[in-house]
Design a protein around this ligand. Structure first.
Ligand SMILES: [Zn+2]
Length: 136
């Protein structure tokens, strides 16, 4: 079973190399990052971050750090000291709040995580009920 899956995969890879148009027709544009919707984490005012995915937006509000344990970044999955990462609150609905740990160096963190890491983070956060985006 694993053998047939492996050969399917290599046929697909071969197809992508030799006949990219056919590959796109059969499997869509998943391999072309330029076709993906906007996805990124951007610093905004007051140390907050905005996660943008297509037309969706979530706002990350920094919390006062507590304790002295190392932090595990939810985006790039590196372990960080207290001075290198922060905990953020994301309000996604009336009674739904998510807590996310992120490196303070957002550009470097995103670079380590890549598009795939950002996609995983976005899937944890979205959808956000629009009226519950923090605006204070
Ligand atoms: Zn990180």
């Amino acid at each position: 079973m694993s053998d047939s899956r492996r050969s399917d995969h290599s046929v697909r890879d071969l197809l992508r190399e030799l006949f990219p148009d056919t590959h796109r027709e059969l499997f869509g544009d998943e391999a072309a990052p330029s076709a993906a919707p906007t996805l990124g984490l951007y610093p905004v005012a007051d140390g907050r971050l905005a996660l943008v995915h297509g037309d969706q937006l979530a706002e990350f509000t920094p919390l006062d750090p507590r304790g002295r344990n190392a932090l595990h970044c939810d985006l790039c999955h590196f372990t960080r000291s207290r001075s290198e990462a922060g905990v953020y609150r994301v309000r996604v609905g009336a009674r739904r709040t998510r807590y996310v740990t992120l490196c303070l160096n957002t550009p470097a963190c995103q670079k380590r995580a890549g598009a795939h890491g950002l996609q995983n983070l976005a899937e944890r956060i979205f959808p956000v009920e629009p009226s519950f985006i923090d605006d204070h």
